[in-house]
Write a protein that binds this ligand. Sequence first.
Ligand SMILES: Cc1cc2nc3c(=O)[nH]c(=O)nc-3n(C[C@H](O)[C@H](O)[C@H](O)COP(=O)(O)O)c2cc1C
Length: 184
Amino acid sequence: MKKNVGAVVGLYPTPVTIIGTVIDSRVNWINIAHVGIIALDRISISMHKSHYSNQGLTKGNLVSVNLVSEKMLAAADYVGMVSGAKVDKSKVFEYESGSDGEVPLIKDSPLVMECRVVDNYKTESHDHFILKVEHTHVEEENLNSSGKIDYEKVRPILFEMPTRTYLKTGDVVGKCWSEGKNYK
Ligand SMILES: Cc1cc2nc3c(=O)[nH]c(=O)nc-3n(C[C@H](O)[C@H](O)[C@H](O)COP(=O)(O)O)c2cc1C
């Protein structure tokens, strides 16, 4: 029998991302796990208005959205614990510059998206930035023989809020738009 645990958001785990911005000519990183897909070319990230990073997400700007691998975990957690308002986080990850020569892309990340800030749906406490994906960079070893991203290889780290825990992604259990054919 199920127990009603209250009005708890149950939509976890979500992928952990590191958002890379440039603020006052300095790179800043933030850990953001409240992310969503709103179209095949658009994602949303939900960022509390108090964060320093939000200054780097003005309309038209390019930012990076970096997935996290297990070996990045300590650094990824760290940039989610301290603020760029007080600490220089620019050297936490090694990075290279993206298509505009500025947006920082994490070298160790298995998959990085360069995204354009196209909108901001503001609520009382949060900025919900709408990002258009412009380029996606994937380690070649994480592509399958058809050139598609292989998430069994990318293995992005996930996050869940109720116990504030990181999880690993698992193995393939079935093929979409195919398993349904076995339904009787
Ligand atoms: C695992 C994890 C997930 C987080 N997810 C979010 C999130 O989705 N939205 C948010 O506003 N803050 C989130 N945070 C908090 C920010 O990453 C954190 O407050 C950060 O230090 C702000 O950095 P800044 O002030 O340099 O921008 C998360 C932190 C951690 C550790």
